[in-house]
Write a protein that binds this ligand. Structure first.
Ligand code: ADP
Ligand code: MG
Length: 337
């Protein structure tokens, strides 16, 4: 009895009751009753069954997206609180990891949840987008991970609580490499504050190095923002391979919780086809919410604000509120809402 895995999302509804009490699902769910019939890997079509689009660029045709095994981790998480720790990852830069971490976090806060964001990217974009300058910050996630200072010492209260990055973080990969337990540094640091939050959202750098691995080890699930382009889909294979390695050696419970199509331009055939291909390959894992392309997302950080703070009633804000509902309830619940 106990925790339900976050994967697939249809199974995660029961888990969600930890933070959403008005769902009529029991919190105590026997995972073994849920998991067996929910192997999304079974729904992934064979490569030859995937329609090749006439105008697909060659690199995408040869991409073995269909062979990515999206694994349902087997066991409940032992001794973990109701906190959901979500890593936002994609080794490609510019796919809206930071934008999604911030705006989803603020959307959860609007709904009344306690939210902590963790900036694990040495570029410090998340920190900057809350009006802080990573170049002048004295103690940051670097000190938490490498010097083992309490994470509460680097949490700033902004729109949401934020554990900040500084320029030093660029040296963290190297400094961590020499430490014993180097992959578990973040997981250990979060123990101090975990019970104070319903959601801990981790923004990761555009690589699959030690910082991102620390995020995977600490996480209960991973959300992958994907730009709606053919070539953006290819990196998912490598991402899933890294996650498989983490599952095998470090955190058997972590898996892809969902894929968010970002920078979606419904006017272009290319974007629509890219989403279709995503859905054909990853089915239920693809969130129904599409984050459309709009300059609002670039404008808001300049003001040190989320889009929800900058343009609260705009469609860009609404998109992340929709996504927040989906992450909470799963696609199924949203369709019935
Ligand atoms: P990452 O963290 O993956 O590198 P960012 O969140 O920093 O990506 O986004 C990259 C750039 O694209 C930023 O300038 C951001 O403001 C912009 N951006 C993010 N989401 C969108 C969107 N839906 N439409 C248009 N621009 C976006
Ligand atoms: Mg970023």
């Amino acid at each position: 009895m106990g925790f339900v895995r976050l994967l697939p999302r249809s199974a995660s509804r029961a888990r969600n009751t930890a933070v959403e009490s008005d769902l009529d699902v029991d919190l105590e769910v026997d995972v073994s009753e849920i998991e067996p019939g929910l192997d999304p890997a079974a729904e992934v079509p064979a490569l030859e069954d995937i329609p090749v689009l006439e105008d697909s660029p060659e690199p995408f045709r040869s991409a073995p997206v269909a062979s990515v095994p999206i694994v349902v981790p087997q066991a409940p998480v032992p001794g973990v609180t109701g906190t959901r720790v979500i890593a936002f990852a994609n080794q490609k830069g510019g796919v809206a990891k930071t934008t999604t971490t911030l705006n989803l976090g603020v959307a959860f806060k609007e709904m009344g949840y306690r939210v902590l964001l963790v900036d694990l990217d040495p570029q410090g974009n998340l920190t900057m987008s809350q009006g802080l300058n990573p170049d002048t910050i004295e103690i940051s996630m670097f000190d938490v991970l490498v010097r083992k200072i309490p994470i509460s010492d680097v949490i700033e209260r902004r729109e949401v609580d934020l554990a900040v990055a500084s320029i030093d973080l660029a040296g963290a990969e190297l400094a961590l490499a020499a430490l014993i337990g180097r992959e578990r540094s973040l997981e250990k640091a979060l123990v101090e504050v975990r019970d104070r939050y319903d959601f801990i959202l981790i923004d990761t750098p555009p690589s699959l190095g030690l910082l991102t691995i620390n995020a995977f080890v600490a996480a209960t699930g991973v959300i992958v923002p994907v730009q709606c382009e053919y070539l953006a889909l290819r990196g998912l294979v490598q991402l899933e391979n890294t996650l498989a390695m983490v599952r095998e050696n470090l955190n058997p419970h972590v898996g892809v919780e969902g894929i968010v199509p970002t920078m979606y331009d419904s006017r272009t055939l290319h974007a629509r086809e890219a989403v279709e291909i995503l859905e054909e390959n990853f089915g239920e894992l693809v969130f129904k919410t599409r984050i459309r392309k709009t300059v609002r997302y670039a404008e808001a950080p300049v003001k040190g604000s989320s889009v929800l703070g900058y343009d609260p009633t705009g469609t860009a804000s609404e998109a992340y509120r929709e996504l927040a509902k989906e992450v909470l309830h799963g696609t199924e619940a949203r369709e019935h809402a």
